[in-house]
Design a protein around this ligand. Structure first.
Ligand SMILES: Cc1cc2nc3c(=O)[nH]c(=O)nc-3n(C[C@H](O)[C@H](O)[C@H](O)COP(=O)(O)OP(=O)(O)OC[C@H]3O[C@@H](n4cnc5c(N)ncnc54)[C@H](O)[C@@H]3O)c2cc1C
Length: 412
């Protein structure tokens, strides 16, 4: 079966859902294909930064977002020893409407965006529909071939195809776009432990020891733990077994010793192969890559979702009018990259600097915390914690909803 749409978006993650919603609000016929049957994925990045919360407000979705289960992070505090800690980032210093990071399950955010999309006449979301191949004719991408869960296949032709299929993007690969990989010294492992009702935590507290870092992230009703160690040791960790892993966690964060037994096996510990890469060219004729498909981010700063969302806003702003007229030329696609490249490079450079100066010395066992000059600066000039908070929470060139996508809260 062959069908046609204005824009086919491959992948219903943060980039794809925001792009789909915005284009639909511009009156563009848009179809989002998502291979999974739902958005339920644990630890796929649950950080929603001040700029994204503000964007949701501009889209008239702020009230619905506020009703989602969430915890708020306003500080990043690094303990130096038993008695002292240093505040590395303080989001409460930001002059923004929402001076905190909202920790919201990604599936709740995606469901909210899907619900808002379905209110638009020209929006279609097809779950359980996997793009299998790009349709390429006469040197141009003209849509996708897909397969649904029941095995049926079809062709969806489109004026534009946007690859929002994440860091393992098939669409990107088929267009022969290859990202440049940057070396990364760490991997991350995510798991959850119970949180006691009396534990009032509003800060992200990394703790370091024995060549490992443990991040304790307070979530609504539980604790999310991130374990950071040298890249490539996942097989060793699994071979050592859960008891050794529990001991490591309890020795770095002693107050968790009373609950590490909740980890039944290493299956409860999800490995993230940390990647940091970037496409040089984000498009070919008829196809644009955005979000993780254009640039995979390190978890440092938890900025992946927010950059993906901002790419989507920029793409919708720059391309909606052209898509309504049915003509998107390669030079217009190049404009999306031109707009988003600098913020991407700056954030990735910051992450690489953090890898080199802070994380690598810890996982190599050379240090147990941030560099001494940074500790001294943050201790003696507390206002300096504004800078990391700004870079993480607001960043470079935050995008705002274009006029065609804005709604008052009651309209949405
Ligand atoms: C384990 C883990 C933890 C992370 N933690 C954080 C964090 O704390 N904070 C943060 O900001 N970022 C985090 N990230 C990164 C963050 O999740 C991504 O940067 C962000 O989700 C990118 O959004 P995206 O829409 O570009 O891609 P993705 O979120 O990867 O979405 C891609 C979507 O495309 C779908 N898809 C893939 N292939 C196809 C196909 N062929 N056909 C149809 N659909 C397809 C996938 O099912 C998926 O839904 C984490 C990533 C991982 C893997």
């Amino acid at each position: 079966m062959t069908e046609h749409t204005g824009c086919v978006v491959v992948g219903g993650g943060p980039a794809g859902m925001v792009l789909g919603l915005l284009l639909a609000r511009a009156g563009v016929e848009v179809t989002v294909l998502e291979k999974h049957g739902d958005f339920l994925r644990d630890f796929r990045g649950d950080t929603v930064h001040p700029t994204t919360i503000q964007l949701l407000d501009e889209l008239g979705l702020g009230e619905r977002f506020a009703k989602l289960p969430q915890s708020q992070l306003s500080e990043i505090i690094f303990p130096i020893d038993e008695h002292r800690s240093v505040r590395i980032g303080d989001l409460s210093r930001l002059k923004v409407r929402y001076p905190y990071i909202a920790m919201v399950p990604q599936w709740d955010l995606l469901n909210l965006l899907a619900e808002a999309g379905r209110e638009e006449a020209s929006f279609t979301l097809r779950m359980r529909t996997e793009m299998t191949e790009l349709i390429q004719e006469s040197g141009r991408v003209r849509g996708v071939r897909y397969r649904t869960e029941d095995g049926s296949t079809g062709e969806l032709r489109a004026d534009l195809t946007v690859a929002c299929d994440g860091r393992g993007s098939i669409a990107r690969q088929q267009a022969k776009l290859r990202p440049k990989e940057f070396p990364v010294p760490i991997d991350a492992w995510w798991f959850r432990l119970p949180r006691k009702p009396e534990e009032q935590l509003a800060a992200l507290t990394p703790r370091a020891g024995n060549s490992q870092v443990v991040l304790v992230i307070p979530r609504e009703g539980f604790l999310q733990l991130g374990y950071i160690a040298r890249k490539g040791i996942d097989p060793q960790l699994r071979a050592r077994g859960i008891e050794r892993f529990r001991q490591d966690i309890a020795s770095i964060v002693p107050w968790l010793a009373d609950r590490v037994d909740e980890l039944a096996s290493m299956d409860d510990v999800k490995h993230l192969d940390v990647r940091l890469n970037r496409l040089d060219r984000w498009h070919v004729d008829g196809l644009l890559c955005i979000g993780d498909a254009a640039h995979a981010m390190s978890p440092v700063g938890g900025v992946g979702i927010n950059l993906a969302v901002q790419d989507a806003v920029a793409a919708a702003t720059l391309l909606a009018e052209r898509l309504r007229r049915g003509t998107v030329t390669p030079d217009k696609l190049a404009k999306v990259r031109s707009r988003r490249l600098l913020p991407t490079i700056l954030v990735q450079s910051m992450q690489r600097l953090m890898h080199r100066a802070v994380v690598a010395p810890i996982v190599d066992g050379r240090r147990a915390g941030p560099p001494k000059p940074v500790q001294a600066l943050m201790e003696h000039v507390p206002q300096a914690s504004f800078v990391p908070a700004y870079l993480i929470g607001v960043g470079f060139r935050p995008e705002h909803a274009p006029a065609f996508a804005r709604r008052a809260a009651s309209e949405s």
